[in-house]
Design a protein around this ligand. Structure first.
Ligand code: HSE
Length: 405
């Protein structure tokens, strides 16, 4: 079966590599037919690459070739990936992607087009890199009402936090290493500021509850304000700081969804997720907690998931899989700062007496070299708006949410 790959960067080249290096096992799993990469679309030249016959700069070569029935879109970004994918689906070709930005922004339209054309649009690689999560959520957990999801969804930031905590490496050096390893986005601010994790939260929330959630509905806070002082205080409470995406079902018409640094206590399965690894913890009403763990970024792990989707499309070439979600509402994602109660880590310039007067009984934390005018503590449950009101006028150094996952 002939396939095309659009975008020959880290993931796209990994897809071609996996198709070739695993041709026998793939052929067995598609029912005997091997996959053959007929086109690789990229505007760049790759003079030393052995696939010269496959390279094209013209998208229409792929669109107009009836032999190509499955296309892997590994270009990233919304444009021109959206236009290309709409045209391919419109022509009845199935498309698989690792492009979380596109799925989070335009997934509803693309899934509707796939439905109309009796084609498949699959995106296992868009969340958690090589971790199986989209298919388990839509198939294995199909009998559950999902109560909540919490995930370490960005490999780059988890890698950076791990290097900072365990090796005292500077933020910049750790980021450079993540970029060299092909983990980071083209513009790494998407990783650092939580936008990449936000897109993945949107996809998970849309799948879990059946209504499209858009990135502008999900507040994202990144890891730039995390300091080694915060790390040390949290360590004294037997916890670690992770960049978490959290989703909570409230009722049929309301969910909470946000991305932020969070204190995770060491008893949690999420606490031991280090390096570039991701983990997604799904809380179902029948199954309880299930946790999916693996490499969340990188060439071959992500390619593993893209190629699995190609195999799935090849097996369903004349059948549309029932898969997707419907439209959402503007006010479907609530203002979690007003509605969700949780404990908070607070570091501020104040005395324990002042902290007690404002918050009552709290859990105080300590760190080596703690200045006498600095206090750090974990509050009782409250909303973020209530916390802000209590801290008004205080010299606050940092506030971090504490998760109950
Ligand atoms: N930049 C992303 C990450 C790649 O670091 O997780 C995988 O989506």
């Amino acid at each position: 079966m002939k396939v095309a790959v659009m975008g020959y960067g880290t993931v796209g080249s990994g897809v071609v590599e996996v198709i070739e290096s695993h041709s026998e096992i793939i052929a067995r799993r598609t029912g005997g037919e091997p996959l053959e990469v007929k086109y690789i679309l990229d505007l760049r030249d790759f003079p030393d690459d052995p696939h010269q016959e496959a390279f094209t700069k013209d998208f229409n070569d792929i669109l107009n070739d009836p032999e190509v029935k499955i296309v892997a879109e590994t270009m990233g970004g919304v444009n021109p990936a959206f236009d290309f994918t709409m045209k391919l689906l419109g022509a009845g070709k199935s498309v698989v992607t690792s492009n979380k930005e596109l799925v989070a922004q335009k997934g509803l339209e693309l899934l509707e087009q796939a439905e109309k054309s009796n084609a498949n649009y699959l995106f296992e690689a868009s969340v958690g890199g090589g971790i199986p999560i989209i298919r388990p959520m839509t198939q294995c957990l199909a009998a559950n009402n999902i109560e909540g999801i919490a995930g370490i969804l960005n490999g780059t930031t988890n890698f950076i936090l791990t290097k900072m905590i365990e090796e005292n490496m500077s933020f910049e050096a750790a980021l450079k290493l993540a970029q060299d390893n092909g983990y980071a986005e083209k513009d790494p601010t998407a990783d650092i500021e939580g936008h990449d994790a936000c897109r993945k939260v949107c996809i998970l929330a849309s799948l879990a509850f059946g209504k499209h959630v858009y990135p502008n509905q999900v507040e994202a806070e990144g890891i730039k304000n995390i300091t080694l002082e915060d790390v040390a205080y949290i360590q004294s409470a037997n916890g670690v700081i992770k960049l978490l995406g959290q989703i909570k079902y409230i009722n049929e018409n309301k969910i909470a969804a946000f991305v932020s640094p969070a204190v995770v206590y060491n008893g949690s399965q999420l606490a031991s997720v280090r390096d570039v690894f991701n983990a997604i913890l799904v809380r179902g009403d029948a199954v309880g907690d299930v946790c999916f763990y693996g490499r969340g970024a990188g060439k071959l792990p992500t390619a593993s998931a893209v190629v699995a989707d190609i195999v799935d499309c090849a097996k369903h070439i004349f059948r549309k899989k029932i898969f997707g979600w419907g439209a959402g509402d503007e006010d479907y994602v609530v203002d979690y700062k007003a509605e969700l109660e949780m404990p908070f880590y607070v570091r501020a310039k104040m005395s324990e007496a002042q902290a007690k007067a404002t918050f009552g009984v709290v859990k105080y934390l300590s760190r080596p070299g703690q200045p006498s005018d600095e206090v750090a503590f974990i509050t009782d449950y409250m909303t973020e708006n209530e916390l802000k009101a209590k801290l008004e006028g205080a010299e606050v150094l940092n506030v971090i949410k504490v998760t109950n996952y």
